[in-house]
Each structure stands twice: as structure tokens, then as C-alpha cells.
Design a protein around this ligand. Structure first.
Ligand code: XMP
Length: 318
């Protein structure tokens, strides 16, 4: 029978055997999958695992420093690379969703490749690929959902990197990954994190991206997500986030007419992200969240709640 404990034991043993004294590089995203993969490898090969955590400037508020601290606290050999400016530059003026994804994917590979080359004699690339990623990436090349969205976290490696691939979670579903993490005593908050897309807030800012828009969305997102946590709703939701719409609307603040941005809040229930239902969040919670956002975040005067399910809507708006 499959148990998380036996999975950890067997995987650590087979990683030891497979990797010996080889060096491995792994890109951490702050999410569950890459973190659990890193922990398994850390148990197997310790300091021979070199982790890289890239700040693409599109993470959540304070996420880069908080997550980096957490990784260091876990004993991981991790290097944080702040490449925000490089990503924002590559994205400047670009509004097309797929072109934004491609630009982010390209810069990520450039940054990661530079960092990986700086590690001497590295021969392996580890990835936190899980079973649903394997299935979805197949459909990108031909299935019925071909290229609906080009998720860049699978198969995005340039040939010239010539690293061997190790993917310890490839046969697991998300809930199994969380259980494996728990059996290694990993932080509960980390294991319970909602999925967050690789391109981050870039695909939640509809249209072109500027650092001002990123800042506005980070503030809105933080109010929403912290509110979910404070009200015991975070764990009841599979994924949640805020979207900055390319729409200004008229409002009134005191005696003044305003003409500001509109944000949408989205919270979904799902098991694998392939289908999803919008969550019936309590009206009082939505009311309070909306008031807080409009009062605190300069540049936002309207909040809407997304009540579309997938299909036909997708979880992200881009
Ligand atoms: P959609 O919007 O396709 O999202 O219903 C399904 C799940 O995939 C995530 N998502 C992405 N993840 N790169 C990623 O790593 C992407 O480009 C991307 N687009 C969507 C989304 O957050 C949801 O969990």
C-alpha cells in the first residue's frame, strides 16, 4: 500500500542511488510541488542540491523575502535572484496573454540558465513536476485542449542546457504531494498554499504591465488572501486571487468624482484545476473585503466578484 512515509523512504533511497555525488539544480517557485521535491532531494543529497529562487517581480506582496527566509529555515542550499527589472523590461508594452507568458518563460530560462552555469559541474536538473502536469503538457502538443494556454513549467528547457532530468513527484497527485510534505514535517502553511501560476500576477493584470499596476494588484491580493485566512476561508478554497481589469469606472469619494481602476476577486473550488466552480463566499466577507480594498488601495474604486465556472470560463482571466 502507498503511504507517504514509505514513499519518502523509497524515494530518498533511490535518489541517493541515482545521483551519487552528482550536483543537482532545482528552481524553487515558493509553491508546494517544487518545495516538496526540494525537500526529498535535500534529504537524499544535502548540499549537492543547489536551489534557485527567482523573483520575477510578479510575485505576491512580500513573497520573495518571506519565502526565501522560509527556505533558508528549512536548511536548503538556496540562492535568491532578484530579476524583477529584467522581467518587467521584457514585458513592457505587451498586452497579449500568450506573448506575456512567452516573454516570462524566456527570461526565466535566461536567468535560470545563467545561475545554473555558475554552479560548477552540475549535471542534473530537478523539477517538481506532478502527474497532472505530465498529462496537461501532452495536451499542449495535440489533445483537445491544445494550446489553450501555454503553461511554461513543463518541458520549457532549452536543449543547450543538456542536463539530465530528475522528477521525484512525477507519479503523484497534489494531495499526495501535500501528504508527502507533511510526513517530512514541512511547514503546514507552505503545504496548504493555493496554486499560483508561474507567470504570477502578469496574467492577472489584463493588458500591459507596469510596476504601478503590479503594486496595486499586490495590495488588493494581500487584503483578499489575508482576509480569507483571518476568516477561516482560505483552506476551504482551492485557489483565490485578484485580477486588475483594464477598465476605469466612475466613482465618488467624499465630494469628489473619481475615475479609477476596477478589480475582480476570484475564488474557486477544484480538485485539479481542469474544472472549477466559483465559491459561494459569505456576503459579509465580500462586503468587508470590498470596503477595505477601496478604502486602502489608491487607484481602485470598484470591486466585482467573478461568478463564472470552468468550463466555459477558465480560472485565470488570461
Ligand atoms: P486556467 O486559467 O487554465 O488555470 O483554468 C488552471 C490552473 O493553471 C494555472 N495556470 C498556470 N500555471 N503557468 C502556470 O504555471 C501558466 O501560464 C498558467 N496559466 C494558468 C492557474 O493558476 C490554475 O491553477
Amino acid at each position: 500500500d502507498w503511504t507517504p512515509d514509505s514513499f519518502v523512504e523509497e524515494t530518498v533511497n533511490s535518489l541517493k542511488e541515482q545521483l551519487g555525488d552528482d550536483k543537482v539544480v532545482l528552481g524553487l517557485s515558493g509553491g508546494v510541488d517544487s518545495s516538496v521535491a526540494a525537500m526529498l532531494l535535500h534529504k537524499a543529497i544535502g548540499k549537492n542540491l543547489h536551489c534557485i529562487f527567482v523573483n520575477n517581480g510578479l510575485l505576491r506582496k512580500n513573497e520573495f523575502s518571506t519565502v526565501l527566509d522560509r527556505y533558508e529555515g528549512m536548511g536548503l542550499n538556496v540562492k535568491g535572484v532578484d530579476a524583477s527589472a529584467r522581467f518587467l523590461e521584457a514585458l513592457a508594452g505587451e498586452s497579449d496573454p500568450e506573448k506575456k507568458r512567452k516573454a516570462i518563460g524566456r527570461v526565466f530560462i535566461e536567468v535560470f540558465d545563467d545561475e545554473a552555469h555558475a554552479i560548477e559541474n552540475v549535471t542534473w536538473l530537478a523539477q517538481g513536476t506532478i502527474y497532472p502536469d505530465v498529462i496537461e503538457s501532452v495536451s499542449v502538443t495535440g489533445g483537445p485542449s491544445a494550446t489553450i494556454k501555454s503553461h511554461h513549467n513543463v518541458g520549457g528547457l532549452p536543449d543547450y542546457m543538456k542536463l539530465k532530468i530528475v522528477e521525484p513527484l512525477k507519479m503523484l497527485f497534489k494531495d499526495e504531494v501535500r501528504r508527502v510534505g507533511a510526513s517530512m514535517d514541512m511547514d503546514k502553511e507552505l503545504l496548504g498554499r493555493h496554486p499560483f501560476p508561474g507567470p504570477g500576477l502578469a496574467i492577472r493584470i489584463l493588458g500591459d504591465i507596469t510596476s504601478d499596476k503590479v503594486r496595486i494588484l499586490q495590495e488588493v491580493d494581500a487584503i483578499f488572501i489575508n482576509g480569507l485566512k483571518e476568516n477561516g476561508l482560505y483552506d476551504k478554497v482551492w485557489q483565490a486571487g485578484a485580477i486588475l481589469l483594464p477598465v476605469q469606472s466612475v466613482g465618488v469619494m467624499g465630494d469628489e468624482r473619481t475615475y479609477e481602476n476596477c478589480v475582480a476577486l476570484r475564488a474557486v473550488e477544484s480538485t485539479d484545476g481542469m474544472t472549477a466552480d466559483w465559491v459561494n463566499l459569505p456576503y459579509e466577507f465580500l462586503q468587508k473585503t470590498s470596503n477595505t480594498i477601496i478604502n486602502r488601495v489608491k487607484g481602485v474604486n470598484r470591486v466585482v466578484y467573478d461568478i463564472s465556472s470552468k468550463p466555459p470560463a477558465t480560472i485565470e482571466w488570461e
